[in-house]
Design a protein around this ligand. Sequence first.
Ligand SMILES: [Zn+2]
Length: 322
Amino acid sequence: MIKNNPLKLDKISLTTNWPVGPVNVYIIYGEKLTLVDTGLRNEKTWRELQDGLQKLDLSMKDIEQIVITHHHNDHAGLLDWIIKEHPIPVYAHENARPFIERDRDYFKWSDEFFEKLYDEFGVPNTLVKDSKRKKRTRRQLIEIDLRTVKEGDTIPGLHDWEVIETKGHSQDHISLFNQNSRQLICGDHIIKGMPAGIFLDAPFFSNEQRPKQLIQYIHSLKKCSKLNVSQAYSGHGPVMNHISKVIDEQMRRIENRANRTKKVLGNKQLTGFEIIQAMYPKRYEEAVGLFVSETVNLLDLLQHRKEVITKSRNGRLYYSLY
Ligand SMILES: [Zn+2]
């Protein structure tokens, strides 16, 4: 017998050992019992998920379908293990497909794309670590009944929840919004007290332009601020009762960073990597990937606002104030 939570929602927190803290996965008691996100793929998470379900008087066999907010490992990693034991439909955005199905052609193209991006940005080869990206193509493939969704869709068995595309954090990010209770399951789109974590994705076709993810992210924030959300359930951190405050905070952080970037540029013409070195003089080697993501995004925003111009010289990009 499945108990019915009056909020129609329960949370299970799973360890990640990442700076962002444990990941929250959710159970929606819809017409179909739905698991939203899965946690990392390891024994510890697997056990924690089973224990979490048990505490709710549930077992894996009760879950009828899975929704993935986005493809990152802390949200979709455990998918294979669950599906292997208990094959059920998985719903995700169309853009999650190459990651979930481990499309080797996409990964290969993505590696080339990042190589070029780092090169144009002036990042020295010694700091570029690509071993992580190569490893993912070697994993075993599991057949997944993947059903893709887009903005405005309703997932079968969740009739009062609507899919809201919240691109920015990744290119496949979706949130679920309940029209009646005004609850929002927002994955990593909005996390209380955490800066906007935007992970660059390569475009899905080699002839496509790189998506401007910070601009997408701001658009998605604005979309959510119009929803009149009662409570927002994030992929990390606490439930948010006042989402507009958290959104304002995010916007302030973005503006502060954009202003710092402009200050660093001053009257100089710099490569992306020189900007990173000036912004993070002591730390830039620690997490160069994160800093590249952040700086690419801030420069996109400033260019979009016509505050920064870019010039290409010998395959390298140089930025200066407009
Ligand atoms: Zn996450």
